[in-house]
Design a protein around this ligand. Structure first.
Ligand SMILES: CC(C)(COP(=O)(O)OP(=O)(O)OC[C@H]1O[C@@H](n2cnc3c(N)ncnc32)[C@H](O)[C@@H]1OP(=O)(O)O)[C@@H](O)C(=O)NCCC(=O)NCCS
Length: 192
């Protein structure tokens, strides 16, 4: 039986072009700029968010910088090193302790999409999941029409393992869900 340890990363975490750090109260404008956009929220469960909803989301994010127990998530602001701009919102959730499962999620401001930032941050989230939290399997879930999200998960080396057809009713329409996953041993092979 595995003994779990708390994961409290030494922030800021760093990728080639980004710093990833916990959200702070001062990130309201940057978070609002992302979460209030209809194009960003199109395939998410929520939004577009108003100011009050963004404030509530920010409170939760600020409080989510370490993984102490199952259900916890780490929310990271992605800051472009060159400009100091917050352009991304990245999440790693510890889904199950017994089954050593996690989930990753990402969101990038449209002005900064297509530059590889989600993929860059995704690699770091997987490292946190497998090296830090010692998970066995990590998933990414998305609405089936979210082609950019699927592409990011593929670039991260994740396998498309489930196509769920109209399994959810979201924002007044039936939506279909794709599940991508990667096992720790697959990640070790692909990341080396
Ligand atoms: C999904 C998202 C985070 C990707 O962020 P990003 O920083 O642009 O991602 P990357 O630049 O690392 O990679 C994007 C890839 O998707 C591709 N892509 C973008 N739009 C696409 C589309 N409509 N169809 C097919 N591929 C698309 C890009 O070409 C790129 O692939 P490539 O490197 O092979 O050219 C961003 O689109 C986003 O924030 N979307 C709104 C929020 C969201 O839906 N998040 C995911 C929830 S599951």
């Amino acid at each position: 039986m595995r003994t779990w340890s708390v994961v409290r990363p030494a922030y800021p975490l760093e990728t080639e072009r980004l710093l990833l750090r916990p959200f702070a109260d001062g990130d309201f404008d940057a978070l609002y700029a992302m979460h209030s956009r209809p194009d960003v929220a199109r395939y998410l469960y929520w939004g577009p968010r108003n100011e009050e909803e963004v404030r509530a989301a920010l409170v939760k994010k600020v409080a989510s910088s370490e993984l102490n127990s199952e259900g916890d998530f780490i929310a990271l602001a992605g800051v472009v090193k060159a400009t100091d701009e917050v352009v991304g919102d990245f999440v790693l959730q510890w889904v199950s302790a017994e089954h050593q499962q996690g989930e990753i999620g990402f969101l990038v401001h449209p002005d900064h999409q297509g530059r590889g930032y989600a993929t860059e941050a995704g690699h770091l989230l997987l490292r946190l999941a497998f090296d830090g939290l010692k998970l066995h399997r990590v998933v990414g879930r998305l609405e089936a029409r979210n082609a950019a999200s699927a592409r990011v998960l593929e670039k991260l080396g994740m396998r498309r393992e489930a196509d769920l057809v109209e399994n959810e009713r979201v924002k007044g329409e039936w939506q279909s869900e794709l599940v991508y996953a990667i096992l720790e041993r697959e990640w070790r092979r692909s990341d080396s």
